[in-house]
Design a protein around this ligand. Sequence first.
Ligand SMILES: NC(=O)c1ccc[n+]([C@@H]2O[C@H](COP(=O)([O-])OP(=O)(O)OC[C@H]3O[C@@H](n4cnc5c(N)ncnc54)[C@H](OP(=O)(O)O)[C@@H]3O)[C@@H](O)[C@H]2O)c1
Length: 313
Amino acid sequence: MKAMILDSYGLEPRMAERPDPTPAANEVLVRVRATSVNPIDWKQASGKYRPILTASFPFVPAYDLAGEVEALGPGVTGFTKGQRVHTRLSGKNGGANAELVRAGLDVLRAMPEGMDFAQAAGLPLAGMTALQGLRDVGGIPMTGATQRVLVIGASGGVGHLAVQLAKSMGANVTGVCSAKNTELVRRLGAAAVIDYTKPDAYAGVAPFDLVLDCVGSSPGDFLDKLVAGGRFASCVPGPAVFGRMALNALSSKKVLPVLLSPNATDLGGLDDAFTKKQLEVVIDSTFPAEQLAEAWKRSVSGRAAGKIVVTWS
Ligand SMILES: NC(=O)c1ccc[n+]([C@@H]2O[C@H](COP(=O)([O-])OP(=O)(O)OC[C@H]3O[C@@H](n4cnc5c(N)ncnc54)[C@H](OP(=O)(O)O)[C@@H]3O)[C@@H](O)[C@H]2O)c1
């Protein structure tokens, strides 16, 4: 089979021949039709984030994929050959950008009716991060009362799904994005939009129950925008987040990291939201597999609105 591989750290993966994999028990073999780009892909490939994000070589990057079941592992039931499935692969060594990929049943779902391969590849990692950030870290819905949620990076892969999920959970959502994405973020369900490029962008804005940060903001800049008892949930936890977490016990305002835990149950919940038309996967751009490096460049730019998709024929 063909796969995009790296022989060492870097951002120029190449197409190469690899042995066809064989699915083990509790796995299926998927013929990949699409993958999606998440920033972790190029962060891991670059080697810049070692030793937290290491890669073992030859490295096949990416975690999100959609395709058709090619073969079942020994004893596997519940899936059939040819069935359309999607997943955020488990483990920490990527593996998605190949013609054939082994996927564990613990992270695999059948694609819902009406979802195409691009949407199905775009949803898992970003969608589960948004869901777990809002629900498990953010505590939405906490009381049943309407929660005020601020999504920073509301037009990005995680953010555009978080806006929609928060709305479907009954929250009043404010999205933070630049002017060019205002219309998109409003269409996805934000009651208000803040243009982060404007001076005094937050002037007169009432405090929030939850800030979900999808861009790596410093929590110190947002604590005064939280109600007492509010939470700042960071999808990009760095030293400022971990430093402020040490003070959580001294404050009613909590700073917390979002650390994705991929699982088939949450992916199924996202699929249900898609079926109920509560969730739309916006596609920023599409690249053929051979142009994975170009897809990464688009992601590295930080300007993607929605998901970047890589197609496998
Ligand atoms: N902790 C975890 O488990 C986990 C899981 C998933 C992702 N992540 C991390 O979360 C981050 C977001 O991922 P993603 O896939 O959503 O990235 P992404 O799709 O690349 O995000 C791009 C978006 O960010 C917006 N943006 C950039 N700077 C902004 C700012 N200062 N304020 C508001 N919006 C801004 C851009 O809008 P404009 O063009 O309008 O600026 C663009 O739409 C990444 O660092 C990723 O590694 C972590």
